[in-house]
Design a protein around this ligand. Structure first.
Ligand SMILES: *[C@@H]1O[C@H](CO)[C@@H](O)[C@H](O)[C@H]1NC(C)=O
Ligand SMILES: *[C@@H]1O[C@H](CO)[C@@H](O)[C@H](O)[C@H]1NC(C)=O
Ligand SMILES: CC(=O)N[C@H]1CO[C@H](CO)[C@@H](O)[C@@H]1O
Length: 345
Protein backbone atom coordinates (compact mmCIF):
# COMPACT_ATOMS: atom_id res chain seq x y z
CA UNK A 1 0.00 0.00 0.00
CA UNK A 2 2.78 2.38 0.91
CA UNK A 3 4.36 1.58 -2.42
CA UNK A 4 1.19 2.43 -4.30
CA UNK A 5 0.92 5.74 -2.46
CA UNK A 6 4.52 6.53 -3.26
CA UNK A 7 3.96 5.71 -6.88
CA UNK A 8 0.90 7.96 -6.92
CA UNK A 9 2.82 10.83 -5.29
CA UNK A 10 5.59 10.26 -7.78
CA UNK A 11 3.30 10.66 -10.79
CA UNK A 12 1.73 13.77 -9.28
CA UNK A 13 5.14 15.32 -8.77
CA UNK A 14 6.65 14.34 -12.09
CA UNK A 15 3.87 14.32 -14.65
CA UNK A 16 6.39 15.01 -17.41
CA UNK A 17 7.79 11.55 -16.85
CA UNK A 18 4.64 10.13 -18.40
CA UNK A 19 5.15 12.42 -21.40
CA UNK A 20 8.49 10.67 -21.78
CA UNK A 21 10.50 13.87 -21.36
CA UNK A 22 13.74 12.34 -20.29
CA UNK A 23 16.51 14.75 -21.21
CA UNK A 24 17.00 18.50 -20.90
CA UNK A 25 19.78 21.03 -21.42
CA UNK A 26 20.25 23.53 -18.61
CA UNK A 27 22.29 26.55 -17.60
CA UNK A 28 22.34 28.42 -20.89
CA UNK A 29 19.92 30.93 -22.35
CA UNK A 30 18.52 28.36 -24.75
CA UNK A 31 16.76 25.04 -24.45
CA UNK A 32 19.04 23.78 -27.25
CA UNK A 33 22.34 24.19 -25.41
CA UNK A 34 23.54 23.43 -21.93
CA UNK A 35 24.48 20.84 -19.38
CA UNK A 36 22.83 17.51 -20.12
CA UNK A 37 20.42 16.27 -17.50
CA UNK A 38 18.44 13.07 -17.66
CA UNK A 39 15.35 12.14 -15.70
CA UNK A 40 15.46 8.82 -13.93
CA UNK A 41 13.41 7.57 -11.01
CA UNK A 42 11.81 10.99 -10.82
CA UNK A 43 15.08 12.80 -10.33
CA UNK A 44 17.12 14.88 -12.75
CA UNK A 45 20.80 14.02 -12.80
CA UNK A 46 23.87 14.72 -14.90
CA UNK A 47 26.04 12.75 -17.32
CA UNK A 48 29.77 12.33 -16.75
CA UNK A 49 31.84 13.18 -19.82
CA UNK A 50 33.90 9.99 -20.22
CA UNK A 51 33.54 8.93 -23.84
CA UNK A 52 31.18 11.83 -24.45
CA UNK A 53 31.36 12.77 -28.11
CA UNK A 54 29.52 14.21 -31.12
CA UNK A 55 27.55 11.01 -31.73
CA UNK A 56 26.11 11.18 -28.21
CA UNK A 57 25.42 14.90 -28.59
CA UNK A 58 23.63 14.24 -31.88
CA UNK A 59 21.20 11.88 -30.16
CA UNK A 60 20.40 14.55 -27.57
CA UNK A 61 19.90 17.26 -30.21
CA UNK A 62 17.59 15.03 -32.22
CA UNK A 63 15.65 13.97 -29.13
CA UNK A 64 15.04 17.64 -28.29
CA UNK A 65 14.27 18.61 -31.91
CA UNK A 66 17.16 21.04 -31.74
CA UNK A 67 18.82 20.25 -35.05
CA UNK A 68 22.39 19.07 -35.54
CA UNK A 69 24.98 18.65 -32.82
CA UNK A 70 27.63 21.34 -32.98
CA UNK A 71 29.58 20.47 -29.87
CA UNK A 72 29.87 17.75 -27.30
CA UNK A 73 30.97 19.86 -24.36
CA UNK A 74 33.13 18.40 -21.61
CA UNK A 75 34.64 19.52 -18.27
CA UNK A 76 31.37 21.07 -17.08
CA UNK A 77 31.63 23.91 -19.55
CA UNK A 78 27.98 24.72 -18.74
CA UNK A 79 28.71 24.76 -15.03
CA UNK A 80 28.66 21.87 -12.58
CA UNK A 81 25.39 20.20 -11.75
CA UNK A 82 24.49 18.76 -8.39
CA UNK A 83 22.96 15.61 -7.05
CA UNK A 84 22.87 12.38 -9.01
CA UNK A 85 25.21 11.50 -11.82
CA UNK A 86 22.97 9.12 -13.71
CA UNK A 87 25.10 8.22 -16.72
CA UNK A 88 28.77 7.67 -17.52
CA UNK A 89 30.68 6.13 -20.44
CA UNK A 90 27.84 6.92 -22.81
CA UNK A 91 28.42 5.29 -26.17
CA UNK A 92 25.55 5.97 -28.52
CA UNK A 93 25.51 4.37 -31.93
CA UNK A 94 23.77 7.45 -33.29
CA UNK A 95 20.48 5.86 -34.31
CA UNK A 96 18.92 5.89 -30.83
CA UNK A 97 15.81 8.03 -30.45
CA UNK A 98 16.65 8.91 -26.86
CA UNK A 99 19.86 9.25 -24.88
CA UNK A 100 18.46 6.76 -22.38
CA UNK A 101 18.67 4.02 -24.99
CA UNK A 102 22.41 4.50 -25.50
CA UNK A 103 24.90 2.08 -24.04
CA UNK A 104 26.47 3.34 -20.83
CA UNK A 105 27.51 2.21 -17.39
CA UNK A 106 24.59 1.14 -15.20
CA UNK A 107 22.27 3.94 -14.06
CA UNK A 108 23.93 5.87 -11.24
CA UNK A 109 27.28 4.12 -11.65
CA UNK A 110 30.24 6.26 -12.58
CA UNK A 111 33.95 6.72 -12.10
CA UNK A 112 34.69 8.13 -8.65
CA UNK A 113 36.25 11.34 -9.97
CA UNK A 114 32.91 12.22 -11.62
CA UNK A 115 31.39 12.76 -8.18
CA UNK A 116 32.80 16.31 -8.00
CA UNK A 117 30.57 17.31 -10.96
CA UNK A 118 33.67 18.74 -12.62
CA UNK A 119 33.12 16.53 -15.64
CA UNK A 120 29.45 17.02 -16.47
CA UNK A 121 28.69 16.63 -20.15
CA UNK A 122 27.03 19.35 -22.21
CA UNK A 123 25.70 19.85 -25.70
CA UNK A 124 25.26 22.64 -28.20
CA UNK A 125 22.83 22.03 -31.02
CA UNK A 126 22.53 23.93 -34.27
CA UNK A 127 19.11 25.36 -33.45
CA UNK A 128 20.79 27.26 -30.69
CA UNK A 129 23.89 28.40 -32.53
CA UNK A 130 23.64 28.36 -36.29
CA UNK A 131 27.35 29.16 -36.44
CA UNK A 132 30.50 27.10 -36.38
CA UNK A 133 34.22 27.63 -36.92
CA UNK A 134 36.11 25.18 -39.09
CA UNK A 135 39.82 25.10 -38.34
CA UNK A 136 42.72 23.28 -36.80
CA UNK A 137 42.41 24.67 -33.32
CA UNK A 138 39.06 23.24 -32.37
CA UNK A 139 35.77 24.89 -31.69
CA UNK A 140 36.86 28.48 -31.09
CA UNK A 141 38.80 29.51 -34.17
CA UNK A 142 38.62 28.92 -37.88
CA UNK A 143 36.64 29.74 -40.98
CA UNK A 144 33.16 30.94 -40.09
CA UNK A 145 30.19 28.95 -41.35
CA UNK A 146 26.54 29.85 -40.86
CA UNK A 147 23.57 27.48 -41.01
CA UNK A 148 20.89 28.72 -43.38
CA UNK A 149 18.17 26.92 -45.35
CA UNK A 150 19.43 23.68 -43.75
CA UNK A 151 22.86 24.09 -45.39
CA UNK A 152 26.16 25.21 -43.86
CA UNK A 153 27.86 28.00 -45.81
CA UNK A 154 30.76 30.43 -45.50
CA UNK A 155 30.84 34.20 -45.08
CA UNK A 156 32.47 36.69 -47.45
CA UNK A 157 34.96 39.12 -45.94
CA UNK A 158 33.75 42.52 -47.26
CA UNK A 159 33.62 44.83 -44.20
CA UNK A 160 34.61 42.06 -41.80
CA UNK A 161 35.92 43.59 -38.56
CA UNK A 162 36.79 42.61 -35.00
CA UNK A 163 33.40 43.97 -33.85
CA UNK A 164 31.73 41.30 -36.04
CA UNK A 165 34.02 38.58 -34.67
CA UNK A 166 33.14 39.76 -31.13
CA UNK A 167 29.49 38.81 -31.69
CA UNK A 168 30.35 35.41 -33.17
CA UNK A 169 32.76 34.53 -30.36
CA UNK A 170 30.24 35.50 -27.72
CA UNK A 171 27.44 33.57 -29.41
CA UNK A 172 29.63 30.46 -29.55
CA UNK A 173 30.51 30.78 -25.88
CA UNK A 174 34.16 31.28 -26.82
CA UNK A 175 34.90 34.49 -24.92
CA UNK A 176 36.40 37.57 -26.53
CA UNK A 177 37.52 37.82 -30.15
CA UNK A 178 41.27 37.95 -30.58
CA UNK A 179 41.45 38.26 -34.37
CA UNK A 180 39.16 38.86 -37.32
CA UNK A 181 40.74 37.94 -40.65
CA UNK A 182 39.61 37.60 -44.22
CA UNK A 183 41.31 36.02 -47.22
CA UNK A 184 40.46 32.44 -46.20
CA UNK A 185 43.31 32.27 -43.70
CA UNK A 186 42.00 28.89 -42.46
CA UNK A 187 41.53 27.45 -45.95
CA UNK A 188 38.88 27.96 -48.59
CA UNK A 189 36.67 24.96 -47.81
CA UNK A 190 33.83 24.35 -50.20
CA UNK A 191 30.10 24.81 -50.59
CA UNK A 192 27.88 27.85 -50.66
CA UNK A 193 28.77 31.37 -49.43
CA UNK A 194 25.70 32.55 -47.53
CA UNK A 195 26.65 35.87 -46.06
CA UNK A 196 28.48 39.11 -46.83
CA UNK A 197 28.81 42.69 -45.55
CA UNK A 198 28.35 41.88 -41.88
CA UNK A 199 28.30 45.14 -39.93
CA UNK A 200 27.92 44.51 -36.21
CA UNK A 201 28.48 47.15 -33.56
CA UNK A 202 29.86 44.43 -31.31
CA UNK A 203 27.23 44.33 -28.58
CA UNK A 204 24.58 42.37 -30.50
CA UNK A 205 23.52 39.06 -28.97
CA UNK A 206 23.20 37.19 -32.27
CA UNK A 207 25.03 37.60 -35.55
CA UNK A 208 21.66 37.76 -37.29
CA UNK A 209 20.85 40.95 -35.32
CA UNK A 210 23.56 42.77 -37.29
CA UNK A 211 23.02 44.40 -40.67
CA UNK A 212 24.19 41.82 -43.22
CA UNK A 213 23.46 40.43 -46.63
CA UNK A 214 22.05 36.88 -46.55
CA UNK A 215 22.00 35.32 -49.99
CA UNK A 216 23.67 32.77 -52.24
CA UNK A 217 26.77 34.92 -52.86
CA UNK A 218 28.15 33.19 -55.94
CA UNK A 219 30.15 36.36 -56.71
CA UNK A 220 32.38 35.96 -53.63
CA UNK A 221 35.75 34.33 -54.34
CA UNK A 222 36.64 31.39 -52.12
CA UNK A 223 39.86 33.27 -51.34
CA UNK A 224 37.88 35.97 -49.57
CA UNK A 225 36.29 34.06 -46.72
CA UNK A 226 35.95 35.23 -43.15
CA UNK A 227 37.99 33.65 -40.37
CA UNK A 228 38.32 34.48 -36.73
CA UNK A 229 40.00 33.45 -33.53
CA UNK A 230 38.39 33.65 -30.13
CA UNK A 231 40.12 33.21 -26.80
CA UNK A 232 38.21 29.98 -26.02
CA UNK A 233 39.64 26.52 -25.44
CA UNK A 234 41.16 24.08 -27.82
CA UNK A 235 39.50 20.73 -28.23
CA UNK A 236 41.33 17.59 -27.40
CA UNK A 237 40.30 14.77 -25.19
CA UNK A 238 41.22 11.30 -24.15
CA UNK A 239 38.74 8.66 -25.02
CA UNK A 240 38.40 6.04 -22.35
CA UNK A 241 37.26 2.74 -23.67
CA UNK A 242 38.52 0.36 -21.06
CA UNK A 243 35.82 -0.05 -18.48
CA UNK A 244 37.95 -0.96 -15.51
CA UNK A 245 37.46 0.84 -12.23
CA UNK A 246 40.37 3.07 -11.38
CA UNK A 247 40.85 4.35 -14.91
CA UNK A 248 40.21 8.05 -15.24
CA UNK A 249 39.89 11.02 -17.57
CA UNK A 250 43.66 11.51 -17.60
CA UNK A 251 44.26 8.20 -19.36
CA UNK A 252 43.08 7.01 -22.69
CA UNK A 253 43.36 7.09 -26.43
CA UNK A 254 44.20 10.56 -27.71
CA UNK A 255 41.51 12.07 -29.90
CA UNK A 256 41.57 15.51 -31.44
CA UNK A 257 38.77 17.54 -32.97
CA UNK A 258 39.35 18.96 -36.42
CA UNK A 259 37.11 20.01 -39.27
CA UNK A 260 34.01 18.99 -37.36
CA UNK A 261 35.19 15.46 -36.62
CA UNK A 262 36.98 13.60 -33.87
CA UNK A 263 39.95 11.51 -34.95
CA UNK A 264 42.94 9.68 -33.55
CA UNK A 265 46.70 10.19 -33.56
CA UNK A 266 49.24 7.72 -34.93
CA UNK A 267 52.05 6.55 -32.67
CA UNK A 268 54.90 6.96 -35.20
CA UNK A 269 57.72 9.02 -33.58
CA UNK A 270 55.48 9.59 -30.54
CA UNK A 271 57.55 10.16 -27.41
CA UNK A 272 57.26 11.22 -23.79
CA UNK A 273 57.63 14.89 -24.70
CA UNK A 274 54.46 14.62 -26.81
CA UNK A 275 52.69 12.83 -23.99
CA UNK A 276 53.67 15.58 -21.56
CA UNK A 277 52.20 18.24 -23.89
CA UNK A 278 48.90 16.31 -24.07
CA UNK A 279 48.78 15.85 -20.31
CA UNK A 280 49.48 19.54 -19.68
CA UNK A 281 46.88 20.62 -22.25
CA UNK A 282 44.29 18.52 -20.43
CA UNK A 283 45.23 19.88 -17.04
CA UNK A 284 46.48 16.48 -15.93
CA UNK A 285 49.62 15.44 -14.12
CA UNK A 286 52.60 15.54 -16.46
CA UNK A 287 54.14 12.40 -14.97
CA UNK A 288 53.15 10.14 -17.73
CA UNK A 289 53.38 7.03 -19.84
CA UNK A 290 52.89 6.57 -23.54
CA UNK A 291 50.70 3.68 -24.60
CA UNK A 292 51.34 2.66 -28.18
CA UNK A 293 49.57 0.42 -30.64
CA UNK A 294 46.00 1.08 -29.62
CA UNK A 295 46.48 0.02 -26.02
CA UNK A 296 43.10 1.65 -25.29
CA UNK A 297 41.50 0.01 -28.26
CA UNK A 298 41.53 1.22 -31.84
CA UNK A 299 39.55 4.31 -32.71
CA UNK A 300 37.44 4.69 -35.81
CA UNK A 301 37.08 7.29 -38.51
CA UNK A 302 39.87 9.75 -39.20
CA UNK A 303 43.48 9.42 -38.15
CA UNK A 304 44.14 13.14 -38.02
CA UNK A 305 47.77 13.35 -36.98
CA UNK A 306 50.98 11.45 -37.71
CA UNK A 307 54.73 11.93 -37.11
CA UNK A 308 54.00 14.25 -34.21
CA UNK A 309 57.15 15.76 -32.73
CA UNK A 310 56.66 18.24 -29.91
CA UNK A 311 59.55 20.20 -28.42
CA UNK A 312 57.77 20.43 -25.09
CA UNK A 313 57.02 24.15 -24.99
CA UNK A 314 53.78 23.95 -27.01
CA UNK A 315 50.55 24.72 -25.19
CA UNK A 316 48.58 22.39 -27.46
CA UNK A 317 49.39 19.17 -29.24
CA UNK A 318 48.03 20.84 -32.37
CA UNK A 319 50.99 23.25 -32.30
CA UNK A 320 53.57 20.46 -32.50
CA UNK A 321 55.40 19.64 -35.72
CA UNK A 322 53.46 16.94 -37.62
CA UNK A 323 52.21 15.93 -41.03
CA UNK A 324 49.29 17.78 -42.60
CA UNK A 325 46.03 16.82 -40.93
CA UNK A 326 44.67 13.51 -42.34
CA UNK A 327 47.98 12.78 -44.12
CA UNK A 328 49.33 9.54 -42.64
CA UNK A 329 50.47 5.99 -43.35
CA UNK A 330 48.87 4.43 -40.26
CA UNK A 331 46.10 2.08 -39.26
CA UNK A 332 43.92 2.44 -36.17
CA UNK A 333 46.04 -0.32 -34.65
CA UNK A 334 48.68 2.38 -34.17
CA UNK A 335 46.46 4.85 -32.31
CA UNK A 336 48.37 6.46 -29.50
CA UNK A 337 47.21 6.70 -25.90
CA UNK A 338 48.56 8.30 -22.77
CA UNK A 339 48.34 7.83 -19.04
CA UNK A 340 48.97 11.11 -17.27
CA UNK A 341 48.40 10.32 -13.64
CA UNK A 342 46.54 8.18 -11.19
CA UNK A 343 43.65 10.54 -10.88
CA UNK A 344 42.65 14.06 -11.76
CA UNK A 345 40.77 15.89 -9.05
C1 LIG B 1 23.79 28.85 -55.28
O1 LIG B 1 23.75 29.25 -56.64
C2 LIG B 1 24.42 28.36 -57.53
C3 LIG B 1 24.43 29.01 -58.93
O2 LIG B 1 23.14 29.42 -59.28
C4 LIG B 1 23.73 27.03 -57.52
O3 LIG B 1 24.41 26.13 -58.37
C5 LIG B 1 23.75 26.48 -56.09
O4 LIG B 1 23.04 25.26 -56.03
C6 LIG B 1 23.15 27.49 -55.14
N1 LIG B 1 23.34 26.96 -53.79
C7 LIG B 1 22.39 26.93 -52.86
C8 LIG B 1 22.72 26.28 -51.58
O5 LIG B 1 21.30 27.41 -53.03
C1 LIG C 1 58.85 24.70 -30.17
O1 LIG C 1 57.86 24.67 -31.20
C2 LIG C 1 57.05 25.82 -31.24
C3 LIG C 1 55.94 25.56 -32.22
O2 LIG C 1 56.43 25.10 -33.46
C4 LIG C 1 57.91 27.02 -31.59
O3 LIG C 1 57.12 28.18 -31.63
C5 LIG C 1 58.98 27.16 -30.53
O4 LIG C 1 59.85 28.20 -30.90
C6 LIG C 1 59.77 25.89 -30.38
N1 LIG C 1 60.64 26.00 -29.22
C7 LIG C 1 61.89 25.51 -29.22
C8 LIG C 1 62.63 25.67 -27.95
O5 LIG C 1 62.39 24.98 -30.20
C1 LIG D 1 43.90 0.27 -20.13
C2 LIG D 1 44.35 0.49 -18.75
O1 LIG D 1 45.35 1.16 -18.52
N1 LIG D 1 43.61 -0.04 -17.84
C3 LIG D 1 43.96 0.03 -16.44
C4 LIG D 1 42.78 0.61 -15.67
O2 LIG D 1 43.01 0.51 -14.28
C5 LIG D 1 43.23 -0.81 -13.84
C6 LIG D 1 43.27 -0.83 -12.32
O3 LIG D 1 43.75 0.38 -11.81
C7 LIG D 1 44.51 -1.34 -14.46
O4 LIG D 1 44.78 -2.65 -14.01
C8 LIG D 1 44.33 -1.36 -15.96
O5 LIG D 1 45.49 -1.79 -16.59
Amino acid sequence: MVNILLLYAYFMMYPSWTDSVSVRLVNSNSRCAGRVEVLHEGQWGTVCDNSWDETDAAVVCRELSCGEALQAAVYSSFGPGSGKIWMDEVQCKGSESTLKDCRSKKWGEHYSFCASHKYDAGVRCSDNVPLRLIGEKGWCSGRLEVYHNAVWGSVCDDQWHISDAQVVCRQLGCGAALRADGNSVFGAGEGVVWMNKVECRGNEIHLWDCPLSLNNHTDCSRKKLVTLTCEGHSKIFLKILVLVDGNNSCAGRVEVYFNGEWGTVCDDFWDLTNTAVVCRELGCDETSNTMRAAHFGPGSGKIWMDDVRCNGSESSILDCSKTEMDDHDCKHGEDVGVICSEQKL
